[in-house]
Unconditional design. Structure first.
Length: 638
C-alpha cells in the first residue's frame, strides 16, 4: 500500500492516454490524485478516467471467482476456478489439439501487460483467435495500401509545423479531447479548424468551418478534390516525387466524372468548391481521420483517398501537411518476449463468433479478456448464444458484463492501480509511463496475469506470465531511446513518417461503385430502411458505462425530411428494429437539420445496440458497423 505519489495512467482505449499521480490516503481510505506539472505536456485524467478511482468500491464490482450454476452464478475458490479452467484446456487439447482452445481479447485496457495475455495459450502450442479489431482495421488497411504502414505524425510536429486541421469525421470535442488544446494553439497562430460530418456534433459547433457529406461519401469528395487540384494545376509542386504510381493515378483521376463524384459524396458543387478554396488558403492543413468514416464496407478506400489528397497537397514536401489516424500505442512493447505459437487459427473479428460453432477441429474452450463482445461487437445477440453453446468459456472482467453472464466461469480482475509494474503508451501522444500498484485490490480480485499464473501452475507449465511481466519491465527500463522527464514518465522521440527519406506512397486506382456502395444486406424495402450509424459519445468510453444510469430511451437523430416522411417529430417515442431484432430497441427522436435522408445516428455503447448490427467483414478485417439497416416504428409494447 503506497502513501507515496505514484504514476497512474488511464487504461481506456482513448487517444488521451492521460497520466497523473495518485496515492492512497489511509485516514480517508481514498485515492488522491494530482496532475503532473503543466510543462510536461501530459494531460491529467478527464471525468471518465477519474471515475476509475470511485469505481473501486462500486457494488457491481466482482470480488470472487464465480461459477455458473443451474439458476445463477455462485462463488468458488481460486484453486477450484483454476482446476476447472486447466481441466477444460486439457480437454480442449485432447479434442482439437491446440486449436481446440480459443483466445479473444479486445480494447478494455491498453496497458502493455495485456499483450502477454495469450502467453499461456501459446505455451499450450497455440490457439484459435480473431484477426482484425472492432475499431481501426479498415482505416489502417487503406493507409497500408498507400504507405505500406500506418504513418505516424507526432503531436509535437503538428504543434510546431502545422497550421490548420481538417477533421474527416473526427469528433474531437467528444472523443479526442486532447486534440482540442492543440487545435486551440494552432488557432491562436492563425490556423482554421475544418470538419466534414454527416450530422451535428459538438465538434461541428466548435469548428471554424464545416461541410456535410453523406455516410461513406468522403472518398468521392477526396477524389473530386484531387481531380480539381490536378486540373487547376494547384497540386503541391513535386507532389509526385514520392509516388510510385503517379502517372496511372493522374490518368485514373482524369477519367472520373466530376458530377458523379459530387453526387456520390453527397455534396453540392458550391460547398465542395468552398472546401477546395479553404484547403488552399488555410495551408498547411493536417488531415485528421476519424474512426466513423472507415466503418463501411469500403472503409479502406475511404482512408486511402484522403491519404491521396494529403499527398497531392504536399504531405511529403512541406511539414504539417501530413495525415494522422491512430498509431500503435504498443509500438515499444518488447515483442521478442512472445514467440509466435506453432499452431494458430484466426477468424476475422466479425466472423469469429459464428466460426466458433463450425470450426474443425472443434473449439472446446474460450477465454475472453478485456472484452465485452456481446455488447460491443456486431450481431451481439448471436454472440451471446455462440458463447453459451461452447462447452467451456471463461471471462476475466471487473463486473458481470453482458458477455461475462454468458460464460461458464467469471474471474474478478483488478484495476490498473492495483497491480504492476506495467507500462502504457498512447495513440495520441509520444509519452510512455511506468506504473506500479498503489493499493491492494478488494476482495479476492487478481490481476489478469496473476490469474493466468494460477492456470499455468495448475497445468504444470514452466512459462510464467508474471515472469514475462518483469522481463517486459526490465527491457523497457533498459531502453536508451526514451528521455526520462519525470521519475516514471518517458518521452519517446518517434519518427515522423512524413519526414523520412524512405517514405513513399501508392495512390488508389479505384473507387467503390456509388449506388449503393455494395449491396451489404438483403433490403426489406429500401425506402423504409435507414442506415444505422452508431457514434461514440463524450460521457463514457466504448461499452464502459456500467457505473452510469442506463438511458431508457436512446436519442435517435433523423433528418428533417425523414422525420416528416415517417410522421415523427422531436420527442416521438419510437423503436428501431430489423430482422435481427424484430422487437427492437426503444428511443426518442431528435431532428437534426444537418442530416441528410436515409440514415439515423444513435450513440454506441447501449446494451442492445449491436443486436441490430450485422457481422460483416471489410477489407483489412475491418468491422463495417455502418452497413446495418433498421426501420423505425412508433413505440407500443412489443
Ligand atoms: N455499434 C457500434 N459498436 C461499436 C463501436 C461503434 O462505433 N458502434 N465501436 C467499436 C470500437 S471503436 C471499439 S474500440 C470497441 C470497444 O469494445 P471492447 O473492446 O469490448 O472495449 P470496452 O467496452 O472498452 O471494454 C471491454 C471490457 O474490458 C473490461 N476491462 C477493462 N480493463 C480491464 C482489465 O484490465 N482486465 C480485464 N480482464 N478486463 C478489463 C471492461 O470492464 C469491459 O467490460 O467497441 C466497438 N463497438
Ligand atoms: N468520450 C469518448 N472518447 C472516445 C471513445 C468513446 O467511446 N468515448 N472511444 C475511443 C475509441 S475506441 C475510438 S475508436 C474513438 C472514436 O472516435 P471518433 O472517430 O471521433 O468516433 P466515431 O463516433 O466512430 O466517429 C466520429 C464521427 O464520424 C461521423 N461519421 C460517420 N460516418 C461518416 C462518414 O462517412 N463521413 C464523415 N465525414 N463522418 C462520418 C459520425 O457522425 C461521428 O460523429 O474515440 C476514442 N475516444
Ligand atoms: Mo475504438
Amino acid at each position: 500500500m503506497s502513501q507515496e505519489w505514484k504514476i497512474a495512467a488511464c487504461p481506456h482505449d482513448c487517444p488521451g492516454g492521460c497520466i497523473m499521480e495518485a496515492r492512497y490516503d489511509v485516514s480517508s481510505d481514498r485515492l488522491q490524485t494530482r496532475r503532473l506539472e503543466k510543462d510536461l505536456g501530459v494531460d491529467g485524467f478527464c471525468p471518465k478516467g477519474l471515475r476509475w478511482f470511485t469505481r473501486r468500491n462500486h457494488p457491481s464490482r466482482l470480488l470472487t471467482p464465480l461459477l455458473r450454476g443451474e439458476e445463477s452464478f455462485y462463488p468458488i475458490s481460486w484453486q477450484r476456478a483454476w482446476d476447472l479452467w486447466a481441466a477444460a484446456l486439457e480437454k480442449g487439447l485432447q479434442r482439437g489439439g491446440p486449436l481446440g482452445n480459443a483466445f479473444y481479447r479486445s480494447a478494455g485496457s491498453l496497458y502493455f501487460s495485456k499483450n502477454l495475455l495469450a502467453a499461456v495459450h501459446g505455451a499450450l502450442g497455440g490457439y484459435t483467435t480473431s484477426i482484425g479489431n472492432l475499431c481501426s482495421s479498415a482505416g489502417n488497411q487503406g493507409l497500408r495500401n498507400c504507405f505500406s504502414q500506418v504513418p505516424v505524425l507526432p503531436r509535437e510536429e503538428i504543434l510546431q509545423k502545422g497550421r490548420s486541421l481538417l477533421l474527416w469525421g473526427k469528433n474531437i470535442v467528444e472523443n479526442h479531447r486532447s486534440l482540442v488544446p492543440l487545435a486551440g494553439e494552432l488557432r491562436r497562430r492563425g490556423g482554421s479548424m475544418g470538419v466534414l460530418e454527416i450530422r451535428s456534433t459538438p465538434t461541428v459547433s466548435w469548428a471554424d468551418r464545416s461541410w456535410s457529406v453523406i455516410p461513406g461519401g468522403d472518398c468521392f469528395l477526396a477524389a473530386w478534390l484531387c481531380h480539381k487540384l490536378l486540373r487547376e494545376k494547384e497540386a503541391f509542386p513535386g507532389w509526385f516525387q514520392r509516388v510510385a504510381n503517379a502517372e496511372e493515378f493522374v490518368t485514373f483521376v482524369e477519367s472520373l466524372q466530376e458530377g458523379e463524384l459530387l453526387s456520390a459524396g453527397g455534396i453540392s458543387r458550391e460547398e465542395a468548391c468552398s472546401l477546395y478554396e479553404w484547403l488552399l488558403e488555410s495551408a498547411p492543413v493536417t488531415h485528421c481521420l476519424g474512426y466513423g468514416i472507415q466503418r463501411y464496407l469500403h472503409g479502406e478506400t475511404q482512408s486511402w483517398w484522403v491519404a491521396a489528397l494529403a499527398v497531392l497537397l504536399g504531405a511529403f514536401e512541406a511539414p504539417g501537411r501530413g495525415l494522422v489516424f491512430g498509431k500503435n500505442e504498443m509500438a515499444l512493447f518488447p515483442s521478442s518476449l512472445l514467440e509466435e505459437p506453432s499452431s494458430k487459427r484466426s477468424f476475422p473479428e466479425s466472423q469469429f463468433w459464428h466460426a466458433l460453432a463450425q470450426a474443425s477441429p472443434p473449439v472446446h474452450t474460450l477465454g475472453i479478456f478485456c472484452a465485452n463482445p456481446v455488447k460491443q461487437a456486431p450481431g451481439g445477440g448471436d454472440i451471446a448464444q455462440a458463447i453459451r453453446n461452447l462447452p467451456f468459456s471463461v471471462c476475466l472482467d471487473v463486473t458481470l458484463t453482458e458477455t461475462a453472464r454468458c460464460c461458464s466461469l467469471v474471474l474478478p480482475s483488478t484495476f490498473f492501480f492495483e497491480e504492476g509494474p506495467d507500462w502504457r503508451g498512447s495513440y495520441g501522444h509520444s509519452f510512455l509511463c511506468r506504473t506500479e500498484a498503489i493499493l491492494p485490490p478488494p476482495g479476492e480480485c487478481l490481476g489478469d496475469l496473476a490469474i493466468l499464473e494460477g492456470v499455468r501452475k495448475t497445468l504444470g507449465l514452466s512459462l510464467s506470465p508474471e515472469a514475462l511481466r518483469h522481463s517486459m519491465d526490465s527491457l523497457l527500463l533498459e531502453r536508451t531511446d526514451m528521455e526520462k522527464i519525470h521519475p516514471s514518465v518517458y518521452a519517446w522521440r518517434e519518427q515522423n513518417f512524413w519526414e523520412e527519406s524512405s517514405s513513399f506512397a501508392k495512390l488508389p486506382l479505384r473507387l467503390p461503385s456509388p449506388h449503393p456502395f455494395e449491396e451489404p444486406v438483403k433490403r426489406l424495402n429500401s425506402s423504409e430502411e435507414l442506415r444505422l450509424i452508431t457514434c461514440h459519445v463524450g460521457e463514457y468510453i466504448n461499452g464502459q458505462n456500467w457505473d452510469l444510469p442506463e438511458q431508457e430511451r436512446i436519442p435517435i437523430s433523423l433528418s428533417t425530411e425523414d422525420a416528416k416522411r415517417f410522421g415523427l417529430s422531436s420527442g416521438s417515442r419510437v423503436r428501431l428494429w430489423n430482422s435481427k431484432n424484430p422487437c427492437g430497441i426503444s428511443g426518442e427522436v431528435l431532428i437534426d437539420p444537418r442530416m441528410g435522408s436515409g440514415y439515423c445516428a444513435v450513440p454506441q455503447g447501449g446494451s442492445r445496440i449491436n443486436s441490430l448490427t450485422d457481422p460483416l467483414v471489410s477489407p483489412g478485417y475491418g468491422v463495417p458497423f455502418s452497413e446495418s439497416f433498421v426501420r423505425v416504428r412508433i413505440e407500443k409494447e412489443c
